[in-house]
Ligand binder design. Sequence first.
Ligand code: NDP
Ligand code: GDR
Length: 365
Amino acid sequence: MTGINKKVALITGVTGQDGAYLAEFLLEKGYVVHGIKRRTSLFNTDRVDHLYQDPHETEQRFVLHHGDMTDSSSLVRIIQEVQPDEIYNLAAQSHVAVSFEEPEYTANSDALGALRILEAIRILGLEKKTRFYQASTSELYGLVQEIPQKETTPFYPRSPYAVAKMYAYWITVNYREAYGMYACNGILFNHESPKRGETFVTRKITRALARIKLGLQDCLFLGNMDAKRDWGHAKDYVEMQWLMLQQDNAEDFVIATGEQYSVREFIEIAARELGMQVRWEGEGVDEKGYDDNGKCIVAVDPRYFRPTEVETLLGDPTKAKEKLGWTPRTSFAELVQEMVQEDLRIAERDELTKKHGFSAFNYHE
Ligand code: NDP
Ligand code: GDR
Protein backbone atom coordinates (compact mmCIF):
# COMPACT_ATOMS: atom_id res chain seq x y z
CA MET A 1 0.00 0.00 0.00
CA THR A 2 1.46 3.38 -0.94
CA GLY A 3 0.25 6.76 0.21
CA ILE A 4 3.40 8.72 -0.62
CA ASN A 5 2.58 12.06 -2.30
CA LYS A 6 -1.01 10.97 -2.64
CA LYS A 7 -3.85 12.41 -0.64
CA VAL A 8 -5.51 9.91 1.65
CA ALA A 9 -9.28 9.95 2.21
CA LEU A 10 -11.34 7.93 4.66
CA ILE A 11 -15.04 7.42 3.88
CA THR A 12 -17.49 6.15 6.49
CA GLY A 13 -20.56 4.65 4.80
CA VAL A 14 -18.51 3.70 1.74
CA THR A 15 -20.94 0.87 0.91
CA GLY A 16 -23.88 3.32 0.63
CA GLN A 17 -25.10 5.31 -2.38
CA ASP A 18 -22.95 8.40 -1.80
CA GLY A 19 -19.98 6.43 -0.48
CA ALA A 20 -19.78 4.46 -3.71
CA TYR A 21 -19.94 7.55 -5.96
CA LEU A 22 -17.49 9.47 -3.77
CA ALA A 23 -14.99 6.58 -3.71
CA GLU A 24 -15.11 6.43 -7.53
CA PHE A 25 -14.67 10.20 -7.77
CA LEU A 26 -11.70 10.33 -5.36
CA LEU A 27 -9.96 7.38 -7.00
CA GLU A 28 -10.23 9.19 -10.33
CA LYS A 29 -8.63 12.21 -8.67
CA GLY A 30 -5.66 10.03 -7.64
CA TYR A 31 -6.50 9.63 -3.94
CA VAL A 32 -5.81 6.57 -1.85
CA VAL A 33 -9.29 5.77 -0.57
CA HIS A 34 -10.01 3.92 2.65
CA GLY A 35 -13.58 2.96 3.49
CA ILE A 36 -15.29 1.69 6.62
CA LYS A 37 -17.78 -1.11 6.22
CA ARG A 38 -19.68 -2.78 8.99
CA ARG A 39 -19.80 -6.48 9.56
CA THR A 40 -22.89 -8.10 8.05
CA SER A 41 -23.86 -11.75 7.69
CA LEU A 42 -24.14 -11.37 3.91
CA PHE A 43 -21.85 -9.32 1.64
CA ASN A 44 -22.84 -5.62 1.69
CA THR A 45 -20.30 -4.33 -0.83
CA ASP A 46 -22.38 -4.54 -4.04
CA ARG A 47 -22.04 -0.84 -4.77
CA VAL A 48 -18.23 -0.85 -4.53
CA ASP A 49 -17.40 -4.33 -5.80
CA HIS A 50 -16.22 -2.85 -9.12
CA LEU A 51 -13.57 -0.90 -7.17
CA TYR A 52 -12.32 -3.92 -5.23
CA GLN A 53 -8.58 -4.52 -5.24
CA ASP A 54 -6.88 -7.64 -4.04
CA PRO A 55 -5.25 -6.84 -0.67
CA HIS A 56 -2.16 -8.67 -1.90
CA GLU A 57 -1.55 -6.05 -4.58
CA THR A 58 1.33 -3.75 -3.69
CA GLU A 59 -0.20 -0.54 -5.09
CA GLN A 60 -3.56 -0.86 -3.34
CA ARG A 61 -5.51 2.41 -3.64
CA PHE A 62 -8.89 1.22 -2.36
CA VAL A 63 -8.89 -0.36 1.08
CA LEU A 64 -11.85 -1.50 3.20
CA HIS A 65 -11.75 -1.75 7.00
CA HIS A 66 -14.27 -3.29 9.36
CA GLY A 67 -15.68 -0.73 11.77
CA ASP A 68 -18.91 0.68 13.12
CA MET A 69 -20.13 4.17 13.95
CA THR A 70 -21.30 2.90 17.33
CA ASP A 71 -17.85 1.55 18.24
CA SER A 72 -15.22 4.16 19.14
CA SER A 73 -12.49 1.57 19.45
CA SER A 74 -12.79 0.63 15.79
CA LEU A 75 -12.96 4.27 14.64
CA VAL A 76 -9.88 5.33 16.62
CA ARG A 77 -7.95 2.30 15.41
CA ILE A 78 -8.77 2.93 11.75
CA ILE A 79 -8.10 6.68 11.86
CA GLN A 80 -4.77 6.08 13.60
CA GLU A 81 -3.77 3.50 11.01
CA VAL A 82 -4.92 5.50 7.97
CA GLN A 83 -3.82 9.02 9.06
CA PRO A 84 -6.30 10.53 6.59
CA ASP A 85 -6.02 13.99 5.05
CA GLU A 86 -9.80 14.03 4.64
CA ILE A 87 -12.63 12.20 6.38
CA TYR A 88 -16.08 12.06 4.80
CA ASN A 89 -18.60 11.03 7.43
CA LEU A 90 -21.38 9.54 5.32
CA ALA A 91 -22.33 6.56 7.49
CA ALA A 92 -25.77 6.77 9.04
CA GLN A 93 -29.02 4.99 9.67
CA SER A 94 -30.34 7.18 6.89
CA HIS A 95 -34.00 6.14 6.60
CA VAL A 96 -36.36 8.70 8.14
CA ALA A 97 -39.29 6.29 8.64
CA VAL A 98 -37.02 3.63 10.20
CA SER A 99 -35.73 6.24 12.67
CA PHE A 100 -39.17 6.28 14.32
CA GLU A 101 -38.82 2.53 14.86
CA GLU A 102 -35.15 2.61 15.94
CA PRO A 103 -34.71 6.07 17.50
CA GLU A 104 -31.98 5.13 19.98
CA TYR A 105 -29.83 3.32 17.44
CA THR A 106 -30.32 6.21 15.01
CA ALA A 107 -29.09 8.68 17.63
CA ASN A 108 -26.15 6.45 18.46
CA SER A 109 -24.93 6.03 14.90
CA ASP A 110 -25.95 9.40 13.40
CA ALA A 111 -25.38 11.82 16.30
CA LEU A 112 -22.76 10.17 18.53
CA GLY A 113 -21.09 8.61 15.49
CA ALA A 114 -20.09 12.07 14.26
CA LEU A 115 -18.84 12.99 17.73
CA ARG A 116 -16.77 9.79 17.91
CA ILE A 117 -14.97 10.66 14.67
CA LEU A 118 -14.33 14.27 15.71
CA GLU A 119 -13.01 13.13 19.09
CA ALA A 120 -10.80 10.53 17.43
CA ILE A 121 -9.26 13.25 15.23
CA ARG A 122 -8.62 15.40 18.31
CA ILE A 123 -7.33 12.63 20.60
CA LEU A 124 -4.94 11.44 17.89
CA GLY A 125 -3.60 15.00 17.46
CA LEU A 126 -4.78 15.19 13.84
CA GLU A 127 -6.83 18.38 14.16
CA LYS A 128 -4.45 20.38 11.94
CA LYS A 129 -3.97 17.59 9.40
CA THR A 130 -7.37 15.97 8.91
CA ARG A 131 -10.28 17.80 7.27
CA PHE A 132 -13.77 16.59 8.19
CA TYR A 133 -16.98 16.54 6.15
CA GLN A 134 -20.32 15.88 7.87
CA ALA A 135 -23.26 14.61 5.80
CA SER A 136 -25.91 17.02 7.02
CA THR A 137 -29.36 17.12 5.54
CA SER A 138 -32.32 19.18 4.39
CA GLU A 139 -34.34 17.15 6.94
CA LEU A 140 -32.95 19.65 9.49
CA TYR A 141 -35.44 22.19 8.08
CA GLY A 142 -38.36 19.77 8.66
CA LEU A 143 -41.33 21.99 9.37
CA VAL A 144 -40.03 24.73 7.13
CA GLN A 145 -39.61 28.22 8.54
CA GLU A 146 -38.70 29.87 5.22
CA ILE A 147 -39.08 29.09 1.49
CA PRO A 148 -36.66 28.32 -0.10
CA GLN A 149 -34.29 27.03 2.59
CA LYS A 150 -30.71 28.31 2.80
CA GLU A 151 -27.79 28.14 5.25
CA THR A 152 -29.37 30.71 7.60
CA THR A 153 -32.89 29.21 7.67
CA PRO A 154 -33.79 28.04 11.21
CA PHE A 155 -33.97 24.28 11.78
CA TYR A 156 -37.12 22.44 12.92
CA PRO A 157 -36.38 18.69 12.77
CA ARG A 158 -39.37 16.36 12.47
CA SER A 159 -37.98 12.85 13.08
CA PRO A 160 -35.52 11.06 15.35
CA TYR A 161 -33.25 10.94 12.28
CA ALA A 162 -33.38 14.70 11.80
CA VAL A 163 -32.87 15.38 15.53
CA ALA A 164 -29.82 13.10 15.54
CA LYS A 165 -28.47 14.85 12.44
CA MET A 166 -29.02 18.19 14.17
CA TYR A 167 -26.67 17.12 16.96
CA ALA A 168 -24.11 16.05 14.35
CA TYR A 169 -24.47 19.40 12.57
CA TRP A 170 -23.81 21.43 15.72
CA ILE A 171 -21.01 19.25 17.10
CA THR A 172 -19.24 19.75 13.76
CA VAL A 173 -19.63 23.54 14.07
CA ASN A 174 -18.53 23.36 17.72
CA TYR A 175 -15.33 21.40 16.99
CA ARG A 176 -14.49 23.88 14.23
CA GLU A 177 -14.89 26.80 16.61
CA ALA A 178 -13.43 25.17 19.73
CA TYR A 179 -10.38 23.46 18.25
CA GLY A 180 -9.83 25.29 14.97
CA MET A 181 -10.50 22.10 13.02
CA TYR A 182 -11.36 22.21 9.32
CA ALA A 183 -14.81 20.69 9.78
CA CYS A 184 -17.84 21.49 7.67
CA ASN A 185 -21.44 20.53 7.00
CA GLY A 186 -22.89 19.87 3.58
CA ILE A 187 -26.62 20.45 3.98
CA LEU A 188 -27.62 18.26 1.08
CA PHE A 189 -31.16 18.03 -0.24
CA ASN A 190 -32.43 14.67 -1.50
CA HIS A 191 -30.20 13.10 -4.09
CA GLU A 192 -30.95 9.92 -5.94
CA SER A 193 -29.50 7.57 -8.55
CA PRO A 194 -29.74 4.00 -9.76
CA LYS A 195 -27.61 3.16 -6.68
CA ARG A 196 -30.27 4.57 -4.32
CA GLY A 197 -31.53 2.15 -1.63
CA GLU A 198 -34.71 0.38 -2.76
CA THR A 199 -36.81 1.64 0.16
CA PHE A 200 -36.42 5.37 -0.55
CA VAL A 201 -39.40 6.68 -2.45
CA THR A 202 -37.78 7.45 -5.83
CA ARG A 203 -36.11 4.07 -6.20
CA LYS A 204 -39.18 2.33 -4.82
CA ILE A 205 -41.21 3.96 -7.60
CA THR A 206 -38.81 3.31 -10.49
CA ARG A 207 -38.23 -0.28 -9.40
CA ALA A 208 -41.94 -1.05 -8.90
CA LEU A 209 -43.11 0.57 -12.14
CA ALA A 210 -40.49 -1.33 -14.15
CA ARG A 211 -41.62 -4.59 -12.52
CA ILE A 212 -45.30 -3.74 -13.09
CA LYS A 213 -44.52 -3.05 -16.75
CA LEU A 214 -43.05 -6.57 -17.10
CA GLY A 215 -45.81 -8.25 -15.08
CA LEU A 216 -43.53 -9.12 -12.15
CA GLN A 217 -45.54 -7.01 -9.66
CA ASP A 218 -49.18 -5.87 -9.50
CA CYS A 219 -49.27 -2.69 -7.52
CA LEU A 220 -47.06 0.00 -5.94
CA PHE A 221 -48.11 0.88 -2.37
CA LEU A 222 -47.03 4.28 -1.08
CA GLY A 223 -47.63 6.72 1.77
CA ASN A 224 -47.91 10.49 1.36
CA MET A 225 -47.89 11.29 -2.36
CA ASP A 226 -48.35 15.03 -1.73
CA ALA A 227 -44.84 15.33 -0.22
CA LYS A 228 -42.59 17.61 -2.26
CA ARG A 229 -38.84 17.30 -2.55
CA ASP A 230 -35.90 18.98 -4.26
CA TRP A 231 -34.32 15.96 -5.97
CA GLY A 232 -30.86 15.96 -7.56
CA HIS A 233 -28.37 13.33 -8.79
CA ALA A 234 -26.01 11.78 -6.20
CA LYS A 235 -23.10 11.78 -8.63
CA ASP A 236 -23.27 15.58 -8.94
CA TYR A 237 -23.60 16.02 -5.17
CA VAL A 238 -20.52 14.02 -4.10
CA GLU A 239 -18.31 16.35 -6.11
CA MET A 240 -19.54 19.20 -3.89
CA GLN A 241 -18.66 17.16 -0.77
CA TRP A 242 -15.09 17.06 -2.02
CA LEU A 243 -15.04 20.75 -3.02
CA MET A 244 -16.20 21.77 0.45
CA LEU A 245 -12.98 20.27 1.83
CA GLN A 246 -10.76 22.10 -0.73
CA GLN A 247 -11.54 25.69 0.37
CA ASP A 248 -9.32 28.09 2.36
CA ASN A 249 -11.79 28.11 5.26
CA ALA A 250 -14.29 25.54 6.45
CA GLU A 251 -17.89 26.64 5.86
CA ASP A 252 -21.31 25.03 5.67
CA PHE A 253 -23.16 24.85 2.35
CA VAL A 254 -26.64 24.00 1.07
CA ILE A 255 -26.56 21.81 -2.03
CA ALA A 256 -29.85 21.61 -3.92
CA THR A 257 -31.28 22.09 -7.40
CA GLY A 258 -33.78 24.84 -6.52
CA GLU A 259 -36.59 22.82 -8.18
CA GLN A 260 -39.34 20.91 -6.47
CA TYR A 261 -41.67 18.04 -7.48
CA SER A 262 -44.25 15.99 -5.59
CA VAL A 263 -44.08 12.22 -5.14
CA ARG A 264 -47.15 12.00 -7.42
CA GLU A 265 -45.35 13.97 -10.15
CA PHE A 266 -42.35 11.65 -9.82
CA ILE A 267 -44.65 8.68 -10.43
CA GLU A 268 -46.22 10.30 -13.50
CA ILE A 269 -42.86 11.15 -15.09
CA ALA A 270 -41.38 7.71 -14.33
CA ALA A 271 -44.48 5.98 -15.76
CA ARG A 272 -44.27 8.08 -18.93
CA GLU A 273 -40.67 6.96 -19.36
CA LEU A 274 -42.04 3.39 -19.50
CA GLY A 275 -44.76 4.37 -21.98
CA MET A 276 -47.49 4.28 -19.32
CA GLN A 277 -49.99 6.98 -18.35
CA VAL A 278 -51.31 7.11 -14.79
CA ARG A 279 -54.93 8.25 -14.26
CA TRP A 280 -55.75 9.25 -10.68
CA GLU A 281 -59.06 8.63 -8.90
CA GLY A 282 -60.18 9.10 -5.30
CA GLU A 283 -58.69 11.15 -2.49
CA GLY A 284 -56.55 10.66 0.63
CA VAL A 285 -56.12 7.02 1.60
CA ASP A 286 -58.57 6.03 -1.18
CA GLU A 287 -56.52 7.59 -3.96
CA LYS A 288 -55.55 5.13 -6.68
CA GLY A 289 -53.58 5.30 -9.90
CA TYR A 290 -54.78 3.34 -12.97
CA ASP A 291 -52.88 2.42 -16.12
CA ASP A 292 -54.20 2.75 -19.71
CA ASN A 293 -56.00 -0.61 -19.37
CA GLY A 294 -57.83 0.51 -16.21
CA LYS A 295 -55.69 -1.69 -13.95
CA CYS A 296 -54.90 -0.26 -10.52
CA ILE A 297 -51.12 0.10 -10.30
CA VAL A 298 -50.69 2.64 -7.46
CA ALA A 299 -52.48 2.65 -4.08
CA VAL A 300 -52.03 4.23 -0.67
CA ASP A 301 -50.96 2.13 2.31
CA PRO A 302 -51.19 4.17 5.55
CA ARG A 303 -48.34 2.03 6.94
CA TYR A 304 -46.03 4.34 5.05
CA PHE A 305 -47.33 7.52 6.68
CA ARG A 306 -44.88 9.02 9.16
CA PRO A 307 -45.88 10.17 12.67
CA THR A 308 -44.60 13.63 11.75
CA GLU A 309 -44.05 14.38 8.07
CA VAL A 310 -41.82 16.79 6.19
CA GLU A 311 -44.29 18.04 3.59
CA THR A 312 -42.13 20.30 1.46
CA LEU A 313 -38.45 21.00 0.90
CA LEU A 314 -36.93 23.41 -1.59
CA GLY A 315 -33.30 24.48 -1.43
CA ASP A 316 -31.60 27.77 -2.26
CA PRO A 317 -28.06 26.85 -3.37
CA THR A 318 -26.94 30.45 -4.07
CA LYS A 319 -23.98 30.31 -1.67
CA ALA A 320 -22.67 27.08 -3.24
CA LYS A 321 -23.13 28.58 -6.71
CA GLU A 322 -21.14 31.66 -5.80
CA LYS A 323 -18.35 30.08 -3.73
CA LEU A 324 -18.06 26.53 -5.11
CA GLY A 325 -19.21 27.11 -8.67
CA TRP A 326 -22.09 24.65 -8.13
CA THR A 327 -24.42 23.88 -11.00
CA PRO A 328 -26.33 20.62 -11.08
CA ARG A 329 -25.29 18.71 -14.21
CA THR A 330 -28.26 16.32 -14.31
CA SER A 331 -31.79 17.60 -14.87
CA PHE A 332 -34.74 16.10 -13.03
CA ALA A 333 -36.00 14.47 -16.26
CA GLU A 334 -32.56 12.91 -16.88
CA LEU A 335 -32.40 11.61 -13.31
CA VAL A 336 -35.79 9.89 -13.56
CA GLN A 337 -34.92 8.50 -16.99
CA GLU A 338 -31.62 7.03 -15.78
CA MET A 339 -33.25 5.42 -12.74
CA VAL A 340 -36.15 3.97 -14.75
CA GLN A 341 -33.90 2.55 -17.48
CA GLU A 342 -31.59 0.90 -14.95
CA ASP A 343 -34.52 -0.62 -13.04
CA LEU A 344 -36.03 -1.84 -16.30
CA ARG A 345 -32.75 -3.64 -17.05
CA ILE A 346 -32.82 -5.26 -13.60
CA ALA A 347 -36.49 -6.23 -14.02
CA GLU A 348 -35.68 -7.83 -17.39
CA ARG A 349 -32.96 -9.87 -15.69
CA ASP A 350 -35.47 -10.93 -12.99
CA GLU A 351 -37.99 -11.86 -15.68
CA LEU A 352 -35.42 -14.13 -17.30
CA THR A 353 -34.52 -15.67 -13.94
CA LYS A 354 -38.20 -16.39 -13.33
CA LYS A 355 -38.61 -17.93 -16.78
CA HIS A 356 -35.86 -20.42 -15.91
CA GLY A 357 -37.68 -21.55 -12.78
CA PHE A 358 -35.91 -19.46 -10.15
CA SER A 359 -38.03 -17.23 -7.97
CA ALA A 360 -37.53 -13.50 -8.57
CA PHE A 361 -36.98 -11.42 -5.46
CA ASN A 362 -40.22 -9.57 -4.74
CA TYR A 363 -39.89 -7.89 -1.38
CA HIS A 364 -41.98 -4.73 -0.94
CA GLU A 365 -40.99 -2.03 1.58
P1 NDP B 1 -27.16 5.06 2.48
O1 NDP B 1 -28.23 4.64 3.41
O2 NDP B 1 -27.19 4.60 1.07
O3 NDP B 1 -25.73 4.65 3.09
C1 NDP B 1 -25.46 4.72 4.45
C2 NDP B 1 -24.14 4.06 4.72
O4 NDP B 1 -23.90 4.07 6.13
C3 NDP B 1 -24.06 2.59 4.30
O5 NDP B 1 -22.75 2.33 3.84
C4 NDP B 1 -24.31 1.86 5.59
O6 NDP B 1 -23.79 0.55 5.62
C5 NDP B 1 -23.55 2.76 6.54
N1 NDP B 1 -23.89 2.58 7.95
C6 NDP B 1 -25.11 2.65 8.51
N2 NDP B 1 -25.03 2.45 9.85
C7 NDP B 1 -23.72 2.25 10.11
C8 NDP B 1 -22.99 1.98 11.29
N3 NDP B 1 -23.58 1.89 12.47
N4 NDP B 1 -21.65 1.84 11.20
C9 NDP B 1 -21.02 1.93 10.01
N5 NDP B 1 -21.66 2.17 8.86
C10 NDP B 1 -22.99 2.33 8.91
O7 NDP B 1 -27.12 6.67 2.54
P2 NDP B 1 -26.71 7.71 1.39
O8 NDP B 1 -25.49 7.25 0.73
O9 NDP B 1 -27.92 8.06 0.61
O10 NDP B 1 -26.39 9.00 2.28
C11 NDP B 1 -25.08 9.22 2.79
C12 NDP B 1 -25.17 10.15 4.00
O11 NDP B 1 -25.75 11.39 3.61
C13 NDP B 1 -26.03 9.63 5.15
O12 NDP B 1 -25.44 10.08 6.34
C14 NDP B 1 -27.38 10.32 4.95
O13 NDP B 1 -28.04 10.45 6.18
C15 NDP B 1 -26.91 11.66 4.41
N6 NDP B 1 -27.82 12.34 3.50
C16 NDP B 1 -28.32 11.69 2.40
C17 NDP B 1 -29.11 12.36 1.50
C18 NDP B 1 -29.69 11.67 0.31
O14 NDP B 1 -30.63 12.22 -0.27
N7 NDP B 1 -29.16 10.54 -0.12
C19 NDP B 1 -29.42 13.79 1.68
C20 NDP B 1 -28.80 14.39 2.86
C21 NDP B 1 -28.03 13.67 3.71
P3 NDP B 1 -24.60 -0.69 4.92
O15 NDP B 1 -24.30 -0.60 3.46
O16 NDP B 1 -23.99 -1.87 5.59
O17 NDP B 1 -26.05 -0.48 5.22
P1 GDR C 1 -36.63 11.42 2.84
O1 GDR C 1 -36.69 10.38 1.63
O2 GDR C 1 -37.50 11.04 3.95
O3 GDR C 1 -36.83 12.77 2.22
O4 GDR C 1 -35.13 11.23 3.34
P2 GDR C 1 -37.75 9.25 1.24
O5 GDR C 1 -37.47 8.93 -0.18
O6 GDR C 1 -37.76 8.15 2.23
O7 GDR C 1 -39.16 10.03 1.37
C1 GDR C 1 -39.46 11.18 0.59
C2 GDR C 1 -40.92 11.53 0.77
O8 GDR C 1 -41.72 10.52 0.14
C3 GDR C 1 -42.78 10.17 1.02
N1 GDR C 1 -43.25 8.81 0.75
C4 GDR C 1 -42.55 7.67 0.92
N2 GDR C 1 -41.28 7.46 1.32
C5 GDR C 1 -40.84 6.18 1.38
N3 GDR C 1 -39.57 5.94 1.75
N4 GDR C 1 -41.64 5.11 1.09
C6 GDR C 1 -42.93 5.28 0.68
O9 GDR C 1 -43.64 4.31 0.42
C7 GDR C 1 -43.42 6.62 0.59
N5 GDR C 1 -44.60 7.17 0.22
C8 GDR C 1 -44.49 8.48 0.31
C9 GDR C 1 -42.17 10.31 2.41
O10 GDR C 1 -43.20 10.38 3.39
C10 GDR C 1 -41.38 11.59 2.24
O11 GDR C 1 -42.18 12.72 2.43
C11 GDR C 1 -34.05 11.10 2.41
C12 GDR C 1 -32.95 10.25 3.07
O12 GDR C 1 -31.97 9.98 2.13
C13 GDR C 1 -32.35 11.00 4.24
O13 GDR C 1 -31.22 10.27 4.72
C14 GDR C 1 -31.87 12.37 3.77
O14 GDR C 1 -31.34 13.10 4.85
C15 GDR C 1 -33.03 13.13 3.14
O15 GDR C 1 -33.55 12.37 2.06
C16 GDR C 1 -32.61 14.48 2.60
